[in-house]
Design a protein around this ligand. Structure first.
Ligand SMILES: [Fe+2]
Length: 336
């Protein structure tokens, strides 16, 4: 077993108070550690998921990838070293700072600092959100997903897919080059976009309730933080929008993504980057611009839709039948 989740994320920043406000009041995370040099935040039963550190260079990031145990971490280190990737076995002080039992550090071909770890520590107290949200779908699925822009797409894809063992969910060959990769049932824990300059485009965090996303949208609108409007992605089916964070990247708040069963999933080529609806500003966000005030999004190029992805206890079934679904399911079955 290799990497099984995107476990934590850290960023270097000097504006710690801005991050505290953003993480708690906008995202609803719980601040658990506050010092002159760093802040850390919870989103579930783990001791921490998001760290902001003034001691790191501004904008420097690190991505924590989780493995099962010490043996899996050793095996991963050996695999990286056999591929001539420099691996640093971090001392206990770093593991303590990350609230894990063991950690190694290395870099991807684009120069991003990656960490692999095992043994995340759980908090003694239940998660207490920074504002009234129902909570984040994290746990074994991890913090969410990260989307990296990379100049050398082929090198990055080979590294994550062939060396680290990430599995392809779907991909785009035109009009852009991109690949979505999973390490557990979450549709993607990482996506790579061919783009210069490189860097982190966004982090995604998935809420249990669509209303939580809507309320986050209200807050972001009031504060002028909406970078990409509400919309629904055609690959993971997530309803989401994108928020300008105090760092140099966006945070996507979403709900209702589908999950992947590796036993049956087949990687698919996507023929368009357009969402089912909304997500106005997504393309421009790559270049650093959001939608101008009062901008009316273009209508969708075609009618596309998919069933909602709901979990037990989070829906009520209405009476009656759905002609659209009956027709869709009938097409999927083919002629009798
Ligand atoms: Fe995303």
């Amino acid at each position: 077993m290799g990497i099984q989740a995107f476990g934590y994320f850290g960023v270097g920043a000097s504006n710690l108070d801005d991050w505290s406000q953003f993480a708690t009041r906008q995202l609803g995370l719980q601040q658990v550690d506050s010092s002159q040099v760093s802040r850390s935040f919870r989103m579930d039963d783990r001791k921490q998921r998001l760290m902001v550190d003034r001691a790191l260079p501004q904008g420097e990031t690190y991505f924590g990838w989780e493995v099962a145990d010490a043996a899996a971490l050793d095996a991963l280190a050996a695999r990286l070293e056999a591929a001539r990737v420099a691996v640093r076995r971090e001392p206990a002080a770093v593991a303590n700072q990350r609230c894990v039992q063991g950690v190694i550090a290395f870099r991807d071909p684009a120069g991003n600092r990656l960490e692999a770890f095992y043994g995340p520590l759980l908090a003694d107290e239940p998660f207490r959100p920074g504002r009234n949200i129902s909570g984040y779908l994290a746990g074994a699925l991890g913090i969410g997903h990260a989307v990296l822009m990379v100049e050398d797409f082929d090198a990055a894809l080979a590294f994550y897919r062939d060396l680290l063992g990430f599995r392809v969910s779907d991909y785009i060959n035109r009009p852009i080059t991109a690949c979505f990769l999973h390490v557990n049932p979450r549709h993607h824990s990482l996506a790579l976009f061919k783009h210069a300059p490189g860097g982190l485009h966004h982090l995604m965090m998935e809420l249990y309730s669509l209303d939580d996303v809507g309320q986050s949208y209200d807050i972001a609108q009031a504060e002028g933080r909406v970078a990409v409007t509400l919309g629904r992605h055609p690959n993971d089916y997530m309803t989401s929008f994108y928020i300008r964070s105090p760092g140099n990247f966006l945070v996507e708040n979403g709900w209702g993504a589908r999950q992947i069963d590796d036993a049956t999933w087949q990687p698919q080529e996507m023929t368009t980057v357009a969402s089912f609806w909304g997500h106005d500003g997504l393309i421009r966000s790559v270049a650093g611009d959001g939608p101008p005030p009062g901008h009316v999004p273009a209508p969708p190029p075609e009618g596309r839709r998919a069933p909602l992805q709901v979990m037990e206890g989070n829906y009520h079934k209405l009476s009656g039948v759905c002609p659209w679904w009956d027709a869709t399911a009938g097409q999927a079955r083919g002629p009798d």
